[in-house]
Structure formats: structure tokens, C-alpha cells
Design a protein around this ligand. Structure first.
Ligand code: ANZ
Ligand code: ZN
Length: 867
């Protein structure tokens, strides 16, 4: 018996698929299609197990769809702009382009070694000017359509690295790399108007039926629709004067206009224009604002900080209580870019307001009384009451329920011209400017006379210059000696290029469309996009549940608004795969160890390979470099082959769940391949020729006996495995393959019928296994005498005559109570069912052998005996 030589075999079939252009995308744009896409990788250097998981899952789907006769588009590319390339340039002096393209070459080879059914001729690399030129054009179109604009906005500024930081790069108020305290700065930035589609992006979530519920909820929360009111307060000076020129109006946004009678103060954001002008004359306030700015811009940091404020010395007139005045504060918990950047505080019914009120001795007046409590006795301690109830201490709102009171308050505000109902979204416009080199240049020219001007079409693309240096902090584009100096396209005078580049989410927001026609001189060929889009099955990490997916949904709508495309939703089906986990190890000194440094002695005991000292086993956690619980998938592919790794990935747990990477799991997959190999190798010489008609004794109609029963098992396996794969229950599909393997191994005898069914079983097994373990499946298929390659062979069809259960389990009730079950041939007649039910001892105990009053038979389901 030969040993399965995976190395030679995997190479052989990868070459054969290549030679046959087996995964080329069909050119004709008609017929059923399946666009299967996995989120493209960032070329970090090497593939990691997360990549292996996502690309395996996608590949199983793509191969299955191809076998089902779909035209399949299954492409791959590189999300190639981004910070790590610049860091590599700074740390190792290698140019970002060189670093990136080297990594791509390496990772492409790694992905190819996995045997993915990818059309590599469609590869897209986002740092290639042939790619990003199109998004420069699109951006200018968005600008024309009012979907892009420029405004000042607050950013986290690292004063040492001279760069803007994303919120995630601010750690405890300090720059993640420089460690310098972060400042808030106002910069002119470009924005995409994602809020223009806030409603649509939210409402259309309901149409995404093949998306995980949890992703839809996350998006909905991110968009965060709030119904409430905008209220105009009249301000006047008390201890301080209103700044000159201020009209005395302050607008606040609230979701609780019903609580207005409980208002204790009004507060504005430290970044509110009014705070700015007051600070000019108030050094204490200016110092407070500076302190707030040092917190950074992240909502989380603001949420966690102690609630603090400074009294401005202004007062606001209460809209409903004549003569009542509320102090106006600048407070650190009011965000400038939500609502109006100003609030009224109702301490009794909002926790932040309550904390604030306790700190500054402001009144806490409950106005919503929980059902069952009385207004006189109800008090709020250190926990705000945010529940439902009836209004009290609230003038004309007294006695109303919260919802009624909201509506009534809004009516009154509107009638008196002090406000109106309003809907606000948490969603902000998407700031796309980054002060970085390794990104797509924003195609704008700034002219002192004409303002920002779009780069004319004929001058696109604006290419990144290659000759840049990374020896000083800040953006290399800004200090390049010549690149930014150009003439204004409008007036011809000296002008300067925009030196910011796009956020790298820009590239990933439309790459799926580029794959439809990657060589097109337009962003994509409209006919091809109309045919292929939307993506039928998208696969990727849950970490992209919000930003990437939301930006792509926005981009698709923006492209539609500009006439590029006809659809609104880019991804019809979404599968978010879970994380890959591994157990953790520590040595005697508590230091983390890599799995390869550890030898397992038993289920609970492990030692260090180097010196045999004991190792503490920790629980399985998401693989991370910091805990060293990582495995390099390449070493496993090299040692066991791609099929083993693919099978392990698919079989271990449902795709959306976390996967525990274990040696024993890999070993189990490896052993299964060996078993399958031997099974086919042993049986092959004794099988009837391929295509031999079924002997009568095992014919779908009229067959019987053990070999015929085996046929039924085979066809049920086809049906079930197909259902599983359609529902993305890949692990269950693998479990069925294992069952089928056992069933085929158990087919006994060497008569014609047994040998014929054995062939059918083995062929079926190999065909069902092909999407998961494609290399060995091809080889076994050849051994079985398959003519075409398996990749060109259709998916097996279950014969309906063989998949129906021969028997059914029927419930037997006496007077409506379950007393037992009986096995009956499917569609047995009523008399037979009745007879079998009455013969049950449990039933006889009730009838005492006497004929029952009545028997009701629901065929194949229930027999109810009325005694
Ligand atoms: C008065 C009030 C009374 C509020 C009450 C709540 C409870 P969501 O649900 O997230 O939309 N708010 C408004 N603008 C804000 C800003 N820029 N920064 C911080 N907080 C702001 O939250 C809306 C509520 O958050 C608003 O309703 C407002 O406080 C506060 F018993 O107004 B509320
Ligand atoms: Zn000009």
C-alpha cells in the first residue's frame, strides 16, 4: 500500500488546474453567477492562521458553486496602503513600495500553496496607480455631487511625530509611538457625506437577510438614530457678559424633552464656538478647555473621565417656566460633533447629569415617577432613574406617560417657536484625510486666490512620488522639495497640492467592484459590474462589522448617485468567521512560551522542550503575538499539506464560531486523509468500470437488500451535505463525510451489486469532499477512473427516490397524552397504523384490550386513541 505523498500530489494538481485555467472567470455575462469574495489581506509579510481560515471558507463555497454550474468570480488582491509600510520604512530604511511588493510576492506564493480556486489574473493591488487613479476620479465626482466636502475638524495631534492619530492610536492620552501627550487640534480635512444616507443605511439593513443578525445590530447602533427635539434656549449674561455679537440663542439636542421641568443646568462642549469666545476673556475657562483637549477625541476616554465643568457666568431661560434661569456650564462630557454640541442637564434622569449635579451642588428634581411610586415620596439618590413612568412636578405635563409627555413637550416647543422635534444620528461624516505618505493622494490643488481646486481629469492620476525620505517626523509628501508645487488649474498662478492622502478604508470601499473588470480603463466596466454585483457571498472577520462594511455600503450608494453603478447594497450574503484560538503556555518564571517550545506529556502535563522543566497550561485564547500562542500556518502546510489544514479548519467548529487550533485536530485531519486514500486505493482495482449501469437489485426503483440500503445512505449523504454547505454549516458537512466514509467502508461482499454501490459510494465521497480537500480528491478521482478533472465535474445529485426515509416514527397518544412511539413504513395506511398503535402495551394498559371509542390517524405523524 502506498503512502499518500501530499507534497507531490498538491503540486501536481495545482499545476494541472493552472494549466487548464480551471479557475478563470467565465467571460460571457449571462447565466447564473456566484461572486464569492473574502476580505482581501493587508500584505503584512506572511499569512497568518486567520487568513488561512477565511480563504479556506471562501474557497469551499467557490468550489462548490462552480460544481453547481454557476459562473464563479473568485478573485484576490491586496489592501496595500497603510501605516505598517511606513513604519518599516522608518525602522529599516526600506521604501514602503518595496516592502509592500515583496510582501505581496511572498504572501501570494503562500496563498497559492493552499490550493485556492482563485482567478489570479484579476489580482488588484490598491497601491498601484492603475487602481487608485479611479478613486481619485470618484472622489472628484463625489465632490461635484455634494457627497464630499472640506471642513475644519478636531483631531488627535501627536506633537512629536507631527501627525494625526486615530483614536485607537491614543493610549491613555498619549501617542502610541511617541508616548507624548496628545493634543487636540483643528485641521481642515476632507469628509465624505455618509450621513446623507444615514436613514437608508439603517433602513436597508432589514433587506440584508443573509447577514448575521449581530452585524446588522452593530451597524444599527453605530448609525444610532435618536428621536428627540432641538430646543432653543435664550441666553443672557449674569456674572459674565455674552460675547459681543452673540445673538443669545443656544440650541440643544435632547431625546428627553419630557424631562424639561427637571432641568438643572445647560452645558456646552469645550469645543463649542461659544466656549471659544468666552475663553478669550476667561483664563480659568481657557485652562479647563486645554485640559479637556488633552483627553483626546475618543468617545471612550470622554465617557470614562470624571464629569467636570466650569460655570460660564451666563444663564439660560427655561422654555416653559417663566422667570426660571439655568446656569450655563462648559462641561467635559458634551461632545461637539453630536447633536448641537450643547445639552440641558436633567440630573434625576440621566447619570452623567446626576454625577455632574452632585459635584456642583445643583438641584436634583425627579419629574418621571415610576409606576406604583408617589411623587411626594420618590427621590433619586446616586443612581439616575431612566425608566418609564408618569410625569410629575411638570406643569402641563403632569400625569402624562413618558411617550405622551415627549409629544406634548414638542408640541408646546413648536407652538411657542422655541424648538421642534428632530431626529439625530450618532453616525458622523467620514473624515478621509490622513497626513501620511503611503496612501492615495487626494487630487486637490490649493490656490491662494481660487481656493481648493480639483485636479483636472487630464492630470489624473496624481501619483505618489517615489523619492521621499523618512528621516524627519511628519508627512514626507509635505516636505518633498518639488512634488507639491504646481500651477493652479483655474488661474495658473503658483499653487500647492494637497499633501494629505486618503484613509485606507477608501480603497477597500470599492475593490469588490474593480474585480469585475480589473483591466478596465474606467473604475469598472458597467456591464460586468451589473452582472457580477452584488457579491453573493462575502466572508471576513467580525472586526470589520462596522467600518469597512458600512463604508462599502456608503460607497456603493455614492457610486450609484454618480452614475457608476445600479445597486445600493454591495454584499448580498455575509459570513463573519470567528477567531482562531490556541492554548497558552508559561514557564516557571511566568514567561509566555511558543507552542513549539512546549512538549505535551499528557492532557494536563507539559514541559519545556529545551530543558524538560514544567510548563503551566493556560486556557485557549485568540492567537496573539504578545502571548506567543501563535502557530505559523506555513509550517503546518509544509508538514501536512494544504488539504489537512483546510480539512481541520472546516471541520473543527461552525465557521462563525471561534476555532481552537490544536495539534490533535491537525492530526485527526491528517489521519482522515490517510484513511480515505487507503479506502480508495484498496477498492479501486475491484470496482466495475465507470459508468456501468446499476444492477437491478440496487436500482432506485425496486432495489432491496443491504447494498441497496447502502445506496440510500449515499444519497441521503448527498442531500444532507448539500443542505449543510448551502447553509454554510461546513463542520456538519464534514461530519457527514466521515459518516459516509464509514458506511462505504462497511459495504460488504464482492457481488456485482456490492461492487457497483461501492463505486457509487467512493465517487460520491470524493466529489463531496472536493471543495474542502481538493488536491487529494482530484487524485482519488483519477484513481477511480474519472475522465474530467474533478474541478470540471458537476456536484452529485441526490436521487429523490433514495433519499426519502423508508420508515417514520409515529407518536402514539391516548386521550391526547403521549404514551409511546411506533416505527411504520412511510405512508402506511390508516388501518396498519391503528393496529400497530393498539398493540402497544402502554396503550393496552388504558384500553384493557377493549376496542377504543375512536382512533384518529395523522399519517406519518400521530395516532391518537380516544379510550
Ligand atoms: C436632556 C436629557 C434628560 C437627556 C434626560 C437624557 C436624559 P442619545 O440617546 O445617544 O441620542 N446629549 C445630546 N447631545 C450631546 C452631546 N453633544 N454630548 C453629550 N451628550 C449629549 O443621547 C441623547 C442625549 O444625550 C440627549 O438627551 C442629551 O441629554 C445628551 F433625563 O437631554 B438628554
Ligand atoms: Zn487659482
Amino acid at each position: 500500500m502506498s503512502r499518500y505523498d501530499f507534497k507531490a500530489n498538491e503540486q501536481k494538481w495545482q499545476d494541472a488546474w493552472n494549466g487548464a485555467r480551471a479557475f478563470a472567470t467565465p467571460e460571457g455575462l449571462d447565466g447564473p453567477k456566484a461572486y464569492v469574495l473574502e476580505m482581501f489581506p493587508y500584505p503584512s509579510g506572511r499569512i497568518h492562521v486567520g487568513h488561512v481560515r477565511v480563504y479556506t471558507l471562501g474557497d469551499v463555497i467557490a468550489r462548490y458553486k462552480r460544481a453547481r454550474g454557476f459562473n464563479v468570480l473568485h478573485p484576490m488582491g491586496w489592501d496595500a496602503f497603510g501605516l505598517p509600510a511606513e513604519n518599516a520604512a522608518i525602522e529599516n530604511g526600506v521604501h514602503p513600495a518595496k516592502w509592500t511588493y515583496q510582501n505581496i510576492d511572498h504572501m501570494r506564493a503562500q496563498l497559492k500553496s493552499m490550493g485556492l480556486s482563485i482567478d489570479w489574473s484579476r489580482e488588484v493591488t490598491t497601491c498601484d496607480a492603475d487602481y487608485y487613479r479611479h478613486e481619485q476620479k470618484m472622489f472628484l465626482d463625489f465632490l461635484k455631487a455634494g457627497l464630499a466636502y472640506r471642513r475644519e475638524s478636531w483631531v488627535n495631534w501627536d506633537p512629536v511625530d507631527h501627525t494625526v492619530l486615530a483614536n485607537e492610536q491614543v493610549i491613555d492620552g498619549k501617542g502610541w509611538r511617541s508616548g507624548a501627550p496628545v493634543e487636540k487640534r483643528k485641521l481642515s480635512q476632507w469628509f465624505l457625506k455618509i450621513t446623507a444616507f444615514a436613514d437608508e443605511l439603517r433602513d436597508d439593513l432589514a433587506t440584508l437577510e443573509r447577514w448575521p443578525e449581530r452585524v446588522r445590530i452593530m451597524q444599527e447602533n453605530w448609525i444610532g438614530r435618536s428621536e428627540g427635539a432641538r430646543i432653543r434656549f435664550r441666553l443672557s449674561g449674569e456674572k459674565n457678559a455674552l460675547p459681543a455679537g452673540h445673538d443669545g440663542n443656544l440650541e440643544v439636542f435632547t431625546t428627553r424633552p419630557d424631562t424639561l421641568f427637571g432641568a438643572a443646568f445647560v452645558a456646552i462642549s469645550p469645543n463649542h464656538p461659544l466656549a471659544d469666545s468666552l475663553a478669550a476673556k476667561d483664563p480659568a475657562l481657557a485652562a479647563f478647555i486645554a485640559e479637556c483637549n488633552a483627553l483626546g477625541t475618543s468617545e471612550e476616554a470622554i465617557e470614562k473621565a470624571e464629569k467636570k465643568g466650569v460655570n460660564t457666568g451666563l444663564v439660560a431661560a427655561h422654555p416653559f417656566i417663566e422667570g426660571h434661569r439655568l446656569p450655563v456650564y462648559v462641561a467635559n462630557f458634551v461632545l461637539m460633533d453630536y447633536g448641537t454640541g450643547a445639552i440641558f442637564g436633567c440630573p434625576a434622569h440621566d447619570q452623567r447629569d446626576l454625577d455632574f449635579a452632585r459635584k456642583y451642588g445643583l438641584p436634583v428634581r425627579p419629574v418621571v415617577i415610576p409606576e406604583g411610586e408617589d411623587a411626594a415620596g420618590f427621590a433619586v439618590g446616586n443612581e439616575a432613574y431612566t425608566g418609564d413612568g408618569r410625569l410629575a412636578n411638570s406643569g402641563f405635563l403632569d400625569g402624562l406617560a413618558v411617550a405622551e409627555a415627549k409629544a406634548e413637550a414638542n408640541r408646546r416647543l413648536e407652538a411657542t417657536g422655541q424648538g421642534k422635534a428632530e431626529i439625530t444620528y450618532r453616525l458622523r461624516d467620514w473624515g478621509v484625510s490622513r497626513q501620511r505618505y503611503w496612501g492615495c493622494p487626494i487630487p486637490i490643488i490649493h490656490c491662494a486666490s481660487c481656493g481648493p481646486q480639483p485636479v483636472p481629469d487630464r492630470d489624473l492620476p496624481v501619483k505618489l512620488p517615489d523619492d521621499v525620505t523618512f528621516d524627519a517626523p511628519g508627512n514626507p509628501l509635505a516636505r518633498h522639495p518639488t512634488w507639491k508645487h504646481v500651477k493652479c488649474p483655474a488661474c495658473g498662478k503658483d499653487a500647492e497640492r494637497e499633501t494629505d492622502t486618503f484613509d485606507t478604508f477608501f480603497e477597500s470601499s470599492w475593490y469588490f467592484a474593480r474585480y469585475c473588470s480589473p483591466a478596465s480603463s474606467a473604475p469598472f466596466d458597467r456591464k460586468a459590474a451589473d452582472y457580477w454585483l452584488p457579491v453573493d457571498q462575502y466572508v471576513g472577520g467580525i472586526e470589520h462589522a462596522v467600518l469597512h462594511l458600512l463604508y462599502s455600503r456608503f460607497f456603493t450608494r455614492a457610486m450609484k448617485a454618480c452614475g457608476y453603478i445600479g445597486i445600493r447594497e454591495p454584499f448580498d450574503g455575509l459570513l463573519t468567521q470567528g477567531m482562531v484560538c490556541h492554548e497558552t503556555y508559561r514557564d516557571g518564571a511566568g514567561r509566555w512560551l511558543y507552542p513549539e517550545e512546549v512538549r505535551r506529556e499528557s492532557a494536563t502535563v507539559a514541559v519545556k522542550v529545551s530543558d524538560g522543566s514544567p510548563v503551566t497550561l493556560g486556557r485557549s485564547e485568540k492567537m496573539s503575538k504578545s502571548k506567543k500562542n501563535v502557530v505559523d500556518p506555513q509550517t503546518i502546510i509544509d508538514a501536512y499539506g494544504a488539504d489537512t489544514v483546510r480539512l481541520f479548519i472546516v471541520s473543527d467548529s461552525p465557521p462563525e464560531r471561534d476555532l481552537d487550533w490544536t495539534d490533535s485536530g491537525i492530526d485527526g485531519a491528517w489521519r482522515y486523509l490517510g484513511r480515505l486514500w487507503r479506502l480508495v486505493e484498496d477498492a479501486a482495482p475491484g470496482l466495475p468500470a465507470p459508468g456501468t449501469p446499476a444492477p437491478a437489485s440496487v436500482a432506485a426503483e425496486g432495489g432491496s437488500g443491504p447494498a441497496f440500503e447502502a445506496r440510500r445512505t449515499i444519497h441521503k449523504a448527498i442531500k444532507d451535505a448539500t443542505d449543510d454547505i448551502e447553509r454554510l454549516h461546513f463542520n456538519r458537512m464534514v461530519a457527514r463525510l466521515r459518516e459516509l466514509t464509514n458506511a462505504v467502508a462497511d459495504i460488504a461482499g464482492e457481488d456485482d451489486a456490492a461492487r457497483w454501490v461501492r463505486r457509487e459510494g467512493l465517487e460520491t465521497l470524493v466529489r463531496l469532499a472536493a471543495p474542502t480537500i481538493p488536491h487529494i480528491a482530484e487524485e482519488l478521482w483519477t484513481m477511480l477512473g474519472g475522465r474530467d478533472m474533478l474541478v470540471a465535474t458537476p456536484w452529485p445529485e441526490a436521487d429523490a427516490r433514495l433519499t426519502a426515509d423508508a420508515t417514520v416514527t409515529v407518536a402514539v397518544q391516548v386521550n391526547g397524552k403521549l404514551r409511546g412511539t411506533i416505527e411504520l413504513p412511510r405512508d402506511a395506511d390508516k388501518a396498519a397504523a391503528e393496529q400497530a398503535a393498539l398493540a402497544l402495551p402502554a396503550v393496552q394498559a388504558f384500553t384493557g384490550g377493549k376496542p377504543p371509542r375512536k382512533v384518529i390517524v395523522v399519517p406519518n405523524r400521530i395516532v391518537n386513541v380516544v379510550a
